[in-house]
Ligand binder design. Sequence first.
Ligand code: ZN
Ligand code: CU
Length: 485
Amino acid sequence: MIYDVIITDAAIIDGSGDKPFKADLAIKNGVIAAIGDLHNLSAKNKIHANGCVLAPGFIDVHTHDDIQVIRQPDMLPKISQGVTTVIVGNCGISASPAVVADAPPDPMTLLGKKEEFVYKKFSEYSAAVNAAQPSVNVAALIGHTTLRQNHMDKLDRVATASEVESMREQLRDALANGALGLSTGLAYASAIASDTDEVKNLAQVLNEFGGVYTTHLRTEFDGILDAINEAFDISTYSQSPLIISHLKCAGAGNWGRSGEIISKIESLAKDHPVGCDCYPYSASSSTLDLKQVTEDFDIVITWSTPHPEMSGRTLKAIASEWKTDLHDAAKKLQPAGAVYHGMSEADVRNILSHPLTMVGSDGLPSDPLPHPRLWGAFPRVLGHYSRDLALFSLPEAVRKMTSLSADRFGLSDRGKIGLGLAADLVLFNPLLIKDTASFSQPAQVAEGIEAVWVNGVLSYHQKQLTGERAGKFLPRSRDLRKGFH
Ligand code: ZN
Ligand code: CU
């Protein structure tokens, strides 16, 4: 037998959280075909690991790459971090199924322009992903806000029974065609008027298919415990696992509460499958939200439709130049995007290090000055938080971005190194790995990512795209009604 690839003398971290072991690994036809001492076997390509770690490709569980994977399929910001699968459709916004008649409502603007929302059915979206063949695999959630805007004339009210029925029909069709589940973004103006019953009635459909419920909570500020209770209520009602998106304690009044919030989630997780994701930074980013304007911390404008020249400047500096207050300056800038330096680092570490927490970037690919998480989230966890600060071991860091994530989202042949599993692999140097993306220079590839294979195809090597792309649409492959593994 001639293998496609043999990687020799690697320190294999298999995704389970176990210690590394020395072995060779062979790939054939897109899957992991052998692990062991393979020095005497032949392959079309042999690559020596040279002291590097070989791990399952990272799964970015929290992305807004819905349209980006088609628009710019090389996906350099992600493949250059060792990411081999992205989960799109988070925070209530998905590119499909969508019919956008006027301007897309905030925050669907984060995904793309009106003319880019062309996937009326989920099957059209998955076909477009496969046709574009991005460098990474794509699995998708369906956004509550997208469904609302498909069926409602105004988003500042609760949906009627017949509107909810239309939304359920679309969600059902998407789940039948491989969507992973439903996401909500209840904090945003486009969804905050929906009540718990609206979401419950929609989420109920998940249970027919074994899908997952993910949520950007109704608030991440002072009322976060009530918001977690609401999320739990929705997910238990629909008998579906719950994932809390980008868990954080937002706002100065809320700093120091991560212990309390984690205890709450631990106690809920005893009775029902509950998990969360987190990005490794103490600044958030989204559209500019007037409700979040404050003097407590810096807010940096990343884009503004009426004032593009203000990108990169603080709201405070803009307001003083305009001789107005922060609120009026923010109003004048809208629609706009912002980075909010609104978390405490201690809370970020506390949440990131918890065993239930997965890594997700929440990167915003359409932003002209994106938060550096778009390019740096995964290397930052491995380098800064695991190696430099010793917040957790390297195998634990890898588990948080591989097997835990695959398990939570029902991607059964990914997230681990094992015979017969998909050959989504990353080879990285544990001594050199480092995020280089910064707030002022965010578009930087990380140090220390040596090689990345997607479905067995070498896609990124020595800081270069190879030109080969082998990602595909990944349908939900496990019934999540059975809970997590
Ligand atoms: Zn969100
Ligand atoms: Cu998000």
